[in-house]
Design a protein around this ligand. Structure first.
Ligand SMILES: O=C(CO)COP(=O)(O)O
Length: 251
């Protein structure tokens, strides 16, 4: 059985005081949770805060991006090894906001995925289609292309230490969630694509759903057979909501 994983993507929100208040509420509420993995991904300046507040809890932490380069003259960039210094477990790569606002190509995302793994951390690889792509019936082609870039560079074996997050772009921050059936169909497609190359890796691969997940829809989404938890934006900033979503993933 795959254990479900719920990860909060704080995006560019928070400050020292707000983060502390949020974590002070989440940590005790989650102390007894079993059979579910939980993590939060914060902006870079707060990784040290996460390290000190979460190190002896059952909540992991990570970053939302990194450089594909290991070091050098890349002003403003942050390397994988720097994230290791703050004991990050996860790094989100290929979030649709990075792909669309910062023009990250499938190949750049694949290089970032490799950088995360080479440093011993776990990438959360985001894939997903735009509204126009869904409406023109090319969802599977888009997701396949995004996965293929990673498979080409890192090989299918790399998925043994990776998480995939299906995030339909039209459902992110819009309040419009994919229906459980719509999400399940794409999750099943992702798993079968990986299974075509390695059945065992596909069976164990954690595939999260992301896009307007909240306490009121999490149970239904997480009850689908190929949905193994969620990547949570807005609702991860509200302690009660995030705890309820993690609880929904406990089953
Ligand atoms: O982008 C997301 C998580 O990475 C989803 O964001 P929302 O949950 O705010 O829709």
């Amino acid at each position: 059985m795959r254990e479900k994983l719920v990860v909060g993507n704080w995006k560019m929100h928070g400050n020292l005081a707000q983060n502390k208040a949020l974590l002070d509420a989440i940590v005790p509420a989650m102390a007894g949770f079993k059979n579910v993995g939980c993590a939060v991904c914060a902006p870079f300046p707060y990784l040290s805060q996460l390290q000190s507040l979460l190190q002896s809890t059952n909540i992991s932490w990570g970053a939302q991006n990194l450089s594909e380069h290991s070091k050098g003259a890349f002003t403003g960039e942050v390397s994988a090894e720097m994230l290791v210094d703050f004991s990050c477990t996860y790094v989100i790569v290929g979030h649709s906001e990075r792909r669309s606002l910062y023009a990250e190509s499938d190949q750049t995302v694949a290089a970032k995925y490799v950088a995360v793994q080479q440093a011993g951390m776990t990438p959360i690889l985001c894939v997903g289609e735009l509204l126009e792509e869904r409406e023109s019936g090319v969802t599977e082609q888009v997701v396949a292309r995004q996965l293929d870039a990673v498979i080409e560079l890192a090989g299918v074996a790399s998925f043994a230490k990776a998480v995939v997050a299906y995030e339909p772009v039209w459902a992110i921050g819009t309040g419009k969630t994919a229906s459980p059936e719509q999400a399940q169909a794409v999750h099943a497609f992702i798993r079968s694509k990986i299974a075509g190359l390695d059945a065992d890796i596909a069976k164990k691969l954690v595939i999260q759903y992301g896009g307007s997940v909240k306490a009121s829809n999490a149970v239904e989404l997480f009850s689908m057979s190929d949905i193994d938890g969620g990547l949570i934006g807005g609702a991860s900033l509200i302690a009660e909501e995030f705890v309820a979503v993690c609880k929904a993933a406990q089953g």
